[in-house]
Design a binder for this molecule. Structure first.
Ligand code: NAX
Length: 325
């Protein structure tokens, strides 16, 4: 039988953590034949709450769960880890400037990048969920020089899934009939959910531009705020579900004739500066995400992509000035 895969989850006692851990334990992250060992990282004040979650994981008697360990030290939490889900982050508090937010998160993602560099397994794959996700991933990656750059990714799969759901409702077709949607740029309000290459039941999608601009794009980009407004709490189960999808696809591949979206290190494609962690349409094969190449980009898409990428460049320049990368 296969040795368990080590999965580190940071922010394990938070609300996404609570939704995520049980799905990992049930085998949905990697597959129904892959045992997993959980390594939970929390800040000292939240270790007790993480212990409570670990008790519940034990009570699930999950056949694939080979054990749960809890840490408050990143060095230990990432030792030998194969999959790292970086969920814990510093939220923006009232009156906090963007620079302060990036700096506070630098204090989290720099040591985590260093710990991954020092101790993670050779096949380490990292997904950053904690916001600002793209730039947090950039910070972590820049402190892990021995890890191939393409192992650091940030999550836009929730945005991708939200886009699928909205288009499915609009067209009155199940999500399974939709292919080749794409999220471009930053996981923020500037993101660009694109239907330019999308297909419904094998044909190109025909929706009017006004609906795209006034309805679809803002609904997808502002969905997080709408969830907070309705639920009184930010998206958690849907975010956990998207994190499961991101890793499952990364490991098991995309189906032929389709792609998904993930924020990955740019290779300079589509005018996105090399090294920036930006969302692209991607395929996965043999455990690697690859940016879909050679797509024609229309003028509307061009302007939207450029605007979101400009925001990422700004974030990168800020963390560079702060000495975080
Ligand atoms: P919570 O505040 O419920 O949980 C965060 C947890 O992280 C807390 O338990 C906290 O103690 C822990 N934490 C803080 N610093 C830590 C550190 N240095 N090491 C380990 N743990 C640490 O937030 P939750 O709702 O779970 O959201 C987590 C993150 O996901 C937030 O940054 C949020 O903005 C982000 N999101 C990202 C999404 C995406 O699509 N990329 C969507 C959902 C979500 O908003």
């Amino acid at each position: 039988t296969q040795a368990p895969v080590n999965v580190t989850v940071t922010g394990a006692a938070g609300q996404i953590g609570y939704a995520l851990l049980f799905r990992i334990a049930s085998g949905q992250l990697l597959g129904q034949d892959v045992p997993v060992k959980l390594r939970l990282l929390e800040i000292p004040q939240a270790v007790k709450a993480a212990e409570g979650t670990a008790m519940e994981l034990e009570d699930g008697a999950f056949p694939l769960l080979a054990g749960t360990d809890i840490f408050d030290d990143p060095k230990q939490a990432f030792e030998g880890t194969n999959i790292a889900l970086l969920v814990g982050a510093r939220p923006r508090s009232k009156g906090m400037e963007r620079g302060d937010l990036l700096e506070a998160n630098g204090g989290i993602f720099k040591p985590q990048g260093e710990a991954i560099n020092a101790g993670a397994a050779d096949d380490i794959k990292v997904l950053v969920v904690g916001n600002p996700a793209n730039t947090n991933a950039l910070i972590a990656r820049s402190h892990a020089p021995d890890v191939p750059a393409d192992r650091f990714t940030a999550m836009t799969r929730l945005d991708h899934n939200r886009a699928l759901a909205q288009l499915s409702k609009k067209l009155g077709v199940p999500v399974t009939e939709l292919k080749k949607l794409a999220i471009w740029g930053n996981h923020s309000a500037t993101q660009y959910p694109s239907v330019q290459h999308a297909e419904v039941s094998g044909k190109s999608v025909d929706v009017d531009q006004a609906w795209l601009e006034n309805d679809f794009i803002p609904t997808v980009a502002k969905r997080g705020a709408a969830i907070i407004e309705a639920r009184g709490l930010s998206s958690a189960a849907s975010a956990a579900s998207a994190a499961i999808d991101h890793v499952f696809t990364w490991v098991n591949g995309t189906p032929a004739g389709d792609w998904t979206s993930a924020a990955v290190a740019s290779d300079g494609s589509y005018g996105v500066p090399e090294g920036l962690i930006s969302s692209f349409p991607v395929t996965a094969e043999n455990g690697q995400y690859k940016i879909v190449q050679g797509l024609e980009i229309d003028d509307f898409s061009r302007a939207r992509i450029d605007a979101s990428v400009a925001e990422l460049v700004e974030e990168r320049d800020t963390v560079q000035k702060l000495g975080l990368i």
